[in-house]
Design a binder for this molecule. Structure first.
Ligand code: AMP
Ligand code: MG
Length: 508
């Protein structure tokens, strides 16, 4: 029996990222970018108006003898068109949001701050003096030609797709999406829509694994159910070896009909079998016909937990991710774990943030056939091997399973926090959802490169001193999510710079 860490190391040692391919932009969702994306043009490509209003010379906006400036309107320019003449002294041009600023004009005043005779008015009164550059979005403000806007290794979400479209990448170089075969085994297993005859149970693993594989970013192919015979397994495996990875459930234990290992030795090789953990000791890893095979246990909870611990990282490696594992945090186990087992124990739990600390409650009966223990579980509490006991109120390392869980915790945290803390948490939450990462509004700071990152880190530092558990949590989560935000050119100059700034603060 090998340790969880050794099992993971041996599996990942056998797995490489799949080949790089060009994929149509809409299909890149969830995949990993295989090249840096460098802007070939300034974006926006031309200075344009941020408002519907009038383009003018700023010096023409001054009041005269207490009266608002009155300018002659010489025409208009709409988004998508270019002005056919200059703005000259004493004149203004109607302009719409997104329209190029006409030559001659150095400022735009929003329509709300003007007075005129309506859309066809030949004159306009300027009710407020405006400075040069007002409401003008300069060319290259978003990105400059030659600037790296997305880094190789970035996971492509909807916001990244938007940026890729902005720079005109109709095809995107990505690590190919892994195609994964899912095979259930067992004479007792019937499909989900079949009546239960005596002795039979429904194929929950096939569907659970299919969903988990899809959520991990791969393309699952459910091959149905193999009977517990060599012939049936051979037939199913002849189909399964057409995929990038085979994941089976059941048939890898020590029973008379546990034949998956036999097939592995017949047609390939077993790298290892059995891991020192619970649930899920009987996990087999090897290959068949050159295709890696992960043989998970039949018990549904074991299949779910071992997929989480091994299947997901294996798939993420194939997809080209560099961060393969979920974050771990320290939690207080409110109800403790009574059972003492010699193997490493992964206990399903629900973690919340209460009174400045993370609190885990286990989800009841932890039997590996109790599928309901998976419900409402956003975390796995790790009880070390060797029969360790977790008393109620003891601390334990915990794997946070779902990103939603993290967001939920952050939200709750924000509800009971000080203002500064709240800003940091809000920032972090936005970061988790991967928005355009703009702290400027909250903090009224200048929009200088690097400034926002520094600001966030200062805030996190402050939050960290407010609660040690939060600091730990922030460290984990921030580290997990640093890279996806680095495309925003206003936030920093390069990913390397962010890592530099971030490391001393978050790794303290
Ligand atoms: P095995 O590893 O094949 O000995 O199976 C262990 C336990 O898991 C047995 O109680 C099986 O009935 C159950 N099991 C196996 N495969 C599935 C499946 N696809 N769905 C639900 N339960 C299963
Ligand atoms: Mg079986």
């Amino acid at each position: 029996m090998i340790s969880v860490e050794e099992a993971l190391e041996r599996m990942l040692g056998e797995i490489g990222a799949l080949n790089v391919t060009q994929i149509a932009l809409p299909e890149a969702l969830g995949l990993v970018l295989a090249e840096d994306v460098v802007a070939q043009e300034d974006m926006p490509p031309f200075a344009n108006s941020a408002m519907d209003g009038f383009a003018l010379l700023s010096r023409d906006s001054q009041t005269r003898d207490g009266h608002p400036a009155r300018l002659r309107v010489t025409g208009g320019v709409a988004a998508g068109y270019v002005a056919d003449h200059q703005v000259e002294e004493g004149t203004a041009m109607r302009i719409m949001t997104g329209a190029p600023v006409p030559p001659g004009a150095d400022t735009v005043i929003e329509v709300e701050l003007t007075h005129s005779d309506g859309p066809d008015s030949e004159w306009v009164e300027i009710m407020k003096a405006v400075t040069p550059g007002n409401n003008i979005r300069p060319a290259g403000e978003d990105m400059r030609r030659g600037q790296t806007v997305l880094l190789r290794g970035t996971e492509i979400g909807p916001w990244e797709i938007g940026v890729l479209a902005t720079v005109g990448w109709a095809k995107v170089p990505v690590t190919r999406r892994a195609r994964v075969a899912v095979l259930s085994t067992g004479d007792e297993i019937v499909d989900v829509d079949q009546p239960l005859q005596p002795g039979k149970i429904r194929n929950s693993n096939g569907y659970l694994l299919e969903a988990a594989i899809r959520q991990a970013g791969a393309e699952p192919h459910r091959l149905g159910i193999a009977q517990d015979t060599i012939e049936s397994l051979r037939e199913k495996f002849s189909e399964a070896i057409k995929y990038d990875l085979i994941i089976t459930s059941g048939g890898v234990s020590v029973g008379d009909f546990d034949l998956v290992k036999n097939i592995m030795t017949e047609q390939g090789e077993i790298n290892f079998w059995r891991i020192n953990m619970r649930p899920g000791k009987p996990v087999a890893f090897g290959h068949i016909g050159g295709v890696p095979l992960l043989g998970l246990p039949g018990n549904p909870v074991s299949a779910a937990v071992t997929f989480e611990l091994f299947g997901r990282p294996v798939i993420r490696k194939m997809l080209g991710h560099t961060r393969l594992l979920r974050p771990q945090i320290d939690v207080v186990v409110e109800d403790g774990v009574k059972e003492r087992v010699m193997r490493r124990h992964y206990v399903r739990a629900h973690v919340t943030w209460q009174n400045g600390r993370f609190l885990a409650r286990t989800t009841g009966n932890q039997g590996s056939h109790i599928t309901t223990s998976l419900l409402n579980a956003n975390a796995l509490v790790i009880v070390p091997e060797g029969g360790a006991q977790i008393h109620p109120g003891d601390m334990a390392k915990t794997i946070l399973r779902a990103r939603q869980a993290v967001t939920e915790l952050v939200t709750r945290d924000a509800q009971q926090s000080s203002c500064l803390h709240l800003v940091a948490i809000t920032a972090l939450q936005r970061l988790l959802d991967k928005p355009a990462f703009d702290l400027t509004k909250e903090c009224k700071q200048v929009n200088a490169p690097g400034r926002k990152v520094q600001l966030l880190l200062n805030l996190i530092k402050a939050a960290g001193s407010a609660a040690a558990a939060t600091a730990d949590f922030l460290r984990q989560v921030l580290w997990e999510n640093l890279i996806p935000i680095t495309y925003n050119p206003a936030a920093l100059d390069s990913a390397a710079q962010l890592t530099h700034i971030a490391r001393p603060v978050v790794a303290q």
